[in-house]
Ligand binder design. Structure first.
Ligand code: AMP
Length: 115
């Protein structure tokens, strides 16, 4: 499962261009190609996990790292105090790329419920 090729693996491997805003050993963040707000980044683990619900106890530390990194990226981009974090899990929830990713959205008023 780890070596599955996804669109986001291609971005990680620089085979598909993206506006990368953050990278470390475990994950990468880049701007969404169809931004829904002034900041709309996708934070993606380098390990391929198709969806959040495929994770297990083994991924506990990776998932924690992704959450901490989400807050770091929001801060680095100037939105420490107000940002939204979204994970679409499964087709019926709007997931289109089956490589776990966290949407980091900020820079405009965000209503609730999200729809
Ligand atoms: P989701 O629908 O939650 O699976 O999110 C997938 C996201 O990937 C969407 O917001 C797309 O706009 C975004 N996306 C698709 N292709 C690219 C790409 N080549 N570079 C950056 N973002 C992309």
């Amino acid at each position: 499962m780890d070596n599955q090729e996804t669109l986001f693996t291609k971005i990680i491997n620089r085979e598909v261009p993206a506006k990368i805003i953050y990278e470390d050993d475990l994950c990468i963040a880049f701007r969404d190609i169809n931004p829904q707000a002034p900041l709309h980044a996708l934070l993606v683990p380098k390990q391929v996990l198709p969806k959040l619900s495929d994770s297990s106890q083994q991924e506990q530390s990776l998932l924690g790292h992704l959450m901490l990194t989400t807050a770091l990226i929001a801060e680095q981009q100037g939105y420490a105090d107000a940002f939204r974090v979204v994970v679409n899990n499964g087709e019926d929830a709007g997931q289109t790329v089956f490589h776990l990713h966290i949407h980091i959205i900020a820079g405009r008023e965000l209503s609730w419920p999200p729809g």
